[in-house]
Structure formats: C-alpha cells, structure tokens
Write a protein that binds this ligand. Structure first.
Ligand code: PLP
Length: 392
C-alpha cells in the first residue's frame, strides 16, 4: 500500500497483507487478524511525533506474544498491570528496567514479586499504595498518578484512578524523603480527540512540580500516558498533530534545559495496535422485529462478550465493512449473538448497513486490534474466546 500524503482523511481499511489473508482464509469466524508490520509503522510514527519521550506499550491493549516480541526488537518499553503481564514481557526478553508497573491498584505481594524480578518503576495514587511500594520495592522510581478531569475522550478513564494536585504534591515530597526517584503521570482518557487537553493538563502538572519543589521534592520524570487514537467511525486528528500539540505544550510548561526533567514517557496502547487488526464476523440473522416497529436487527457472531466490550454505551464506534458496500443502505440495530439482552452493539448511533446484507454474509469490523482479544469472555453461552491470527 502506498499513500503519498497520509492525512486524517486517509483511513485505509486494512493493510494489503490483511486483505490478502481475508481474501483466502476459511478460518471460522469470529476472528481477529493482526499485521505486525502495521504495529511497527505506528511505533515509528509515534516516536517521530513525540521524540523526547520513551514509548512504554500498554500491554493490556493486546498482549499477544508476537506483538511484544516485535515491539521489544524495535526498542519499546512496556507498561504492565499485573505479574502475568510482567512475565509475558520477560518471556520475550524485555529487561526489567524497561517494564513499568503502571497500575495504581496492586497487591503488596505483587509489588514484591515485580521488585524481585528487577522491575523498578511503579505508579501510585494514594499514600496507602505509596506505603506498599516504599515497603516492598525500596529504591523504586515512583510515578504519582494525577487525576484531572478532561473531556474529549471516547473511552474516558473515570475517577477510579488518580489523586488531587495537593495529594500529588505531598506524595512527591514523601518519595523524595524516602530517597526515591519520582514524577507525575496522567492519562487524558483513551481515544482522546481533543488536542487541547495536553496543554491544559500539563499546565496543572507543571504547577504540581513547582509547588512540590518549593517543599523540597525533586520530581524528575513525567509520564504523558496514552490517549492516542485508532481509526474509528468518527475522525481523529493525525498522529503528527498530536505530536505538535504535545511538543508545544511541553515546550511551554517544561522547556528543555530548565525543567529539571530527566525522563519523559508515553504509554500508548490503542494507537499501536488498533489499526493493525480486522475482526471478521458473520451475520447470524437479519430480522425485522415486530415489537420494535419492524426495525431491522442484524445479529453478528461476535458481540460485547467476545471482544467488543468497548461498544458499551456505544463509546467506541467501529467502522463496519461488508461485501455489499456501495449498494443501498438502511438503518440497522447491530447486536451480538448471546442470549444476554445487553449484548447490543449499536442502537442509537445511527448505523446504516446495506439492505442486501443477509444471513451468512461477512461483516469486517475495522481497526479492531486494540482492547478486543483481552475483553473476550472464556465461553459465555458456549461461544469460544475470540481467535487471533497474527501475520507480518
Ligand atoms: C490503558 C492504559 C494506557 C493506554 O491507553 P490508550 O488510550 O490505549 O493509549 C496507558 N496508561 C495506563 C496507565 C493505562 O491504564
């Protein structure tokens, strides 16, 4: 595939390798096919966009071994949330110094396990969690996760994580008193499409740094989190635009030279893997439901319990592709195959599907490489977990 001038409007359905796989496969649906070469392209593009930052891939977005292996070979570091994710990274040869235990809710024994295998980076967002890390991983580098309300994200991260600016300031002081390297992390919300949020959030962080320093703390690291986009139905800016917005915000609030910052991190999950994957599903049934004013319902063999959890509240609106595209379309409710009534993907988002779509047709869910295989249940209603084919 050659695209002379990538732009936000240029949203290819899938790589040529994925198209070739889909054209010839008879693998049973539903399945995800994911192209490692697209992951590698995205990694390079992100590095170019935010050159001051070290990339820590958020493993939860898609922990498939070949993805970890490829990113490791490309020089990525890794953000993990559990001992199992640490083991996955170690198994492909990632040195523990390149693993960050970025989850703020950890068992004390899991902190100790991480420390025992050489992991030195941890996130905390309250004094209680700080005590665990100081106790079970003395000498660790600590990111204090700041809560900051920002709009603009399709999959916002709630009040479950992060502390107030006053508490962040106090935690930075505590870290310094314990002789620990420290800094601040935040996450502007996943699939963040408002580029102004980084400037606004970094202004708040710079203020926390300043006030903590006035009290003797020495914060030296800054973790910009994730939020970079996949190509879904509603447009997001190009990655270069994210880079420009973040670099300008950094230059304004943390100018090189006088910022005291030794280390910048980003933690992309979605951006690196979403567009690398296509989820192929099959239409189980098309019906016109009399209890619903004869609305057309399209039931796929994949749903909320088999990888499409991010359709909750219709938050992530995937692009759908069928062999009948180009023909006349009409409104459809799109639903999954299980006998749970919440297993409806799109009812209010105005999805249009070809009128010719029928039982047995394939529906390709585009840019589905992130947060799908990991969200698939083990066998609800006897449907197998989402299968994954890795190519490239
Ligand atoms: C999930 C997660 C990420 C990745 O977020 P994306 O929006 O997918 O890039 C990064 N950091 C932390 C702490 C996370 O929990």
């Amino acid at each position: 595939m050659t695209i002379a001038h990538p732009s936000p409007a240029a949203r290819p359905d899938a790589s040529s390798a994925i198209e070739a796989f889909l054209a010839t496969t008879d693998a049973p649906t539903p399945f995800l096919v994911l192209d490692l070469n697209v992951v590698a392209e995205r990694f390079a593009a992100l590095r170019l966009a935010v050159p001051r930052a070290q990339v820590f891939y958020a493993v939860k977005a898609n922990p498939a071994r070949p993805i970890l292996e490829r990113l490791h070979r490309l020089g990525s570091s890794f953000d993990v949330a559990s001992p199992a994710e640490i083991d996955d990274c170690l198994a492909v040869g990632v040195p523990p110094e390149r693993i960050s235990y970025g989850h703020t809710i950890k068992k004390r024994r899991d902190v100790a396990y991480a420390a025992s295998v050489g992991v030195t980076r941890f996130a905390v967002d309250c004094p209680e969690e700080f005590d665990k890390v100081a106790d079970a991983a003395p000498g660790a580098a600590v990111s204090v996760r700041l809560f900051h309300e920002c709009g603009g994200a399709d999959w916002p991260l709630s009040r479950k994580f992060g502390c107030s600016t006053a508490e962040a300031e106090q935690l930075l002081v505590s870290c310094t008193e314990e002789g620990m390297t420290c800094g601040v992390s935040f996450h502007v919300g996943s699939q963040q499409r408002d580029l102004a949020t980084w400037h606004e959030t970094l202004g708040v962080v710079a203020d926390v740094f300043r006030r903590a320093r006035d009290r003797g703390a020495r914060p030296t690291l800054l973790n910009l989190g994730g939020g970079f986009p996949g190509s879904y139905r509603d447009d997001a800016p190009a990655i270069a635009d994210y880079g420009r917005a973040i670099n300008a915000a950094l230059a304004a609030w943390f100018p090189p030279g006088d910022s005291g910052l030794d280390e910048l991190m980003v933690e992309p999950g979605r951006y690196l893997v979403a567009d690398a994957g296509v989820l192929r599903s099959e239409v189980v049934l098309v019906s016109h439901r009399s209890v619903d004013e004869m609305a057309r319902w399209v039931y796929l063999d994949v749903g909320k319990f088999h990888g499409l959890a991010e359709t909750m509240d219709e938050a992530i609106r995937y692009r759908l592709r069928t062999a009948h595209d180009g023909g006349p379309t009409g409104r459809a409710v799109v639903a999954g195959p299980t006998c749970d009534s919440v297993d409806v993907l799109y009812e209010k988002s105005g999805y249009e599907l070809p009128l010719a779509l029928d039982e047995g047709d394939m529906v390709d869910i585009l840019s589905a490489g992130a947060y799908t295989t990991t969200y698939s249940s083990v066998g609800f209603n006897g449907f197998r977990p989402l299968a994954e084919h890795i190519i490239g």
